[in-house]
Design a protein around this ligand. Structure first.
Ligand SMILES: [Zn+2]
Length: 202
């Protein structure tokens, strides 16, 4: 495994990869690609551990019946991960703007909660993406540490190792709403806590 795939470096100051956290060391958990069938179980773990998180949702997967209310009531944030997860860099500026605007409109219509944060599908973006996000008052969010969880279906322990081995103050951590991530989550949170970190929202 190439280490550079786990740790992400951005040259673009308009894209968040970490947060400033003085005085207490803290990190941010982010979950992409939901709302999924394991969302409720992820929320159970976060509640048990009293940890906030940010969810980046594909708006096509969001319906009134999903537990979006619980997400907000329990102190988490909901951002957009586009309408249906196409690689935005293959689209024109107008197409990217339209996709993001539609995703925000749907999430806001259902949750009645303002969408502030945006994570590009596949972590891929270009100058048009950043312009479209700016025009929509969205803050682009990447990550500092990738758990690589989507590749680790049969190895939840490795998800924990990737994160713990690269943990640092202020890090935004990339996770997904997946079964293996759910399995790793309690130990992951407990281990990070044992290293003196707290958890924050963006
Ligand atoms: Zn995604």
């Amino acid at each position: 495994m190439n280490n550079s795939r786990v740790v992400y470096d951005s040259n673009d100051s308009s894209v968040l990869t970490s947060i400033k956290t003085q005085p207490q060391k803290s990190v941010v958990l982010t979950f992409d690609d939901g709302p999924s069938s394991v969302l409720d179980s992820i929320l159970d773990v976060l509640k048990e551990e009293n940890v906030p998180a940010t969810f980046f949702w594909q708006s096509r997967l969001l319906y009134e019946s999903r537990p979006w209310k619980r997400v907000l009531e329990e102190g988490h944030q909901i951002g957009t991960h586009s309408t249906k997860h196409v690689n935005l860099t293959n689209l024109s500026y107008e197409e990217q703007y339209k996709d993001l605007a539609q995703s925000v409109a749907k999430i806001e219509a259902i949750t009645r909660n303002k969408v502030v944060y945006f994570r590009p599908p596949f972590g891929q973006y270009n100058a048009h993406t950043l312009s479209a996000a700016k025009a929509l008052n969205l803050v682009p969010v990447m990550w500092r540490i990738s758990s690589m969880d989507w590749e680790l279906k049969n190895n939840p322990d490795q998800i924990i190792s990737y994160v713990i081995d690269h943990i640092e103050d202020g890090a935004i951590i990339l996770l997904h709403e997946l079964q293996q991530t759910l399995e790793a989550l309690p130990t992951l949170i407990k281990t990070i806590k044992s290293m003196g970190y707290t958890f924050r929202n963006l």
